[in-house]
Write a protein that binds this ligand. Structure first.
Ligand SMILES: Cc1cc2nc3c(=O)[nH]c(=O)nc-3n(C[C@H](O)[C@H](O)[C@H](O)COP(=O)(O)OP(=O)(O)OC[C@H]3O[C@@H](n4cnc5c(N)ncnc54)[C@H](O)[C@@H]3O)c2cc1C
Length: 378
């Protein structure tokens, strides 16, 4: 079977591409490894920026639906010192350009906007090869295959499509985060809830940081960042939730109790996420009939841009294909020529500091300076 446009991965990037193509009357098929839309909690809040993620939603004709899921008040931001001193505190006055939504709700909007059957669930790709005539053949874990005129890898960090274009492999960034959740925080964890406030809170020291935000309702979701080699984490038994929590909390034992509560009072087992990145400025020479979007193309350490960029990539590729329906190569070339510099620039984006991703020896001063600059440019 040969299909025209085949997208691997039903994350935010792949779904945005499928949606923008649909808006322009172009069919596509999305193959997703997960067995169903509900297979995995999508977790987390995302701020969707007016300069990239929202542009993608406009191209997808989904801005009204997006506004309907924005969590009011969540653009508030606090920066605290490890002893709990408040260094920066900005309320959400409704004028910010980064409204927050639950990732799962955003994904659902995109799924609901596609014709039934567009996403084929439970289709894990094991590899892909060129057929030599601009077409590619995709092989699935069950041994079945599909050939396609345009193959788009939207399959994230460990893309099975990327090897057709590049030998680059993500490398460990030197930092991992441990995710925790505290439920019904206003009543059950009031000190931590007060420290986090109505939106996001950052505490940042060299090698140790806390980034927490208030999700829907009064759930607190924290990313506990530790700059350590991977064998440090290998020595922690994350299958033993209590022991792992205690080991991580030990690294913060001189921090204020309302902050360490984000670790010790965790209502779920702590989840370890090792952070990997592709080389900065990752790019490839044009190969007919195949390209990449989102993390598959430019995985970077979290800097608040990845999901936004994945959506923008999907929208821009969709628009390029719609503008040149008879010349796929010209469309991909136009998309890639804009995407390479855009993603390289984002990897060094100033917002990296706001996500505790800078390498400055005095990170909190760098962060406060960045926030002060941001205030002045408003
Ligand atoms: C801790 C953390 C916090 C983050 N916070 C933010 C944030 O605040 N803001 C922001 O913008 N970004 C954030 N990011 C980055 C963001 O999550 C990613 O950049 C974004 O999800 C990339 O989207 P994508 O569609 O390219 O890939 P993904 O979201 O990874 O989607 C890829 C899809 O492909 C599927 N897939 C994978 N392999 C296969 C296969 N072999 N066959 C078929 N399907 C496959 C997967 O199941 C998945 O559904 C964060 C990342 C991390 C790790």
């Amino acid at each position: 079977m040969t299909t025209d446009i085949t997208i691997i991965g039903a994350g935010l990037g792949g779904l945005t591409l499928a949606r923008v193509l649909h808006v322009h009357g172009i069919p596509a098929t999305v193959y997703e490894a997960e067995p169903s839309p509900a297979a995995r909690s999508q977790g987390g809040m995302l701020d969707i920026h007016d300069y990239n993620g929202q542009l993608a939603l406009e191209a997808a004709h989904l801005m009204d639906e997006f506004r309907g899921i924005v969590l009011e008040g969540r653009q508030a931001l606090r920066v605290l010192a490890p002893d709990g001193t408040v260094l920066f505190d900005k309320a959400d006055d409704g004028t910010g350009g980064r409204p927050e939504v639950q990732r799962g709700e955003l994904r659902q909007i995109l799924l609901d906007s596609l014709p039934a059957g567009t996403v084929r669930w439970g289709r894990k790709v094991s590899g892909a090869r060129t057929l030599g005539d601009g077409r590619h053949e995709v092989t699935f874990a069950d041994g079945s295959t599909v050939a396609t005129r345009l193959l788009v890898g939207a399959d994230g960090a460990w893309s099975r499509v990327r090897p057709l274009l590049s030998s680059a492999v993500p490398e460990y960034t030197g930092k991992s985060v441990v995710e925790t959740y505290l439920f019904d925080a206003d009543t059950r964890h009031p000190a931590a809830a007060k420290a986090v406030g109505g939106g996001s809170m950052i505490v940042h020291t060299p090698g140790r940081e806390l980034f927490a935000h208030r999700e829907k309702g009064d759930t607190l979701h924290a990313y506990v960042g530790l700059t350590e080699p991977q064998d440090w984490f290998d020595a922690v038994d994350f299958t033993d939730a209590a022991a792992a929590t205690a080991r991580v909390a030990k690294e913060f034992d001189d921090w204020a109790p309302e902050l360490t509560a984000l670790i010790t009072d965790c209502d779920t087992a702590p989840v370890l996420r090792a952070l990997h990145a592709l080389p900065a400025g990752h790019r490839w020479d044009r190969v007919p009939g195949v390209t990449l979007i989102g993390d598959a193309a430019h995985l970077s350490a979290p800097n608040g841009e990845g999901a936004n960029l994945a959506m923008l990539d999907g929208a821009e590729l969709g628009k390029a294909l719609a503008a040149r329906p008879d010349d796929i190569e010209a469309a991909i070339t136009a998309y890639e020529e804009a995407m390479f510099p855009r993603s390289a620039e984002a990897a060094t984006f100033e917002g990296a500091e706001a996500h505790g991703n800078d390498s400055d020896s005095d990170p909190i001063q760098a962060l406060l300076a960045a926030l002060a600059g941001d205030e002045q440019t408003r």
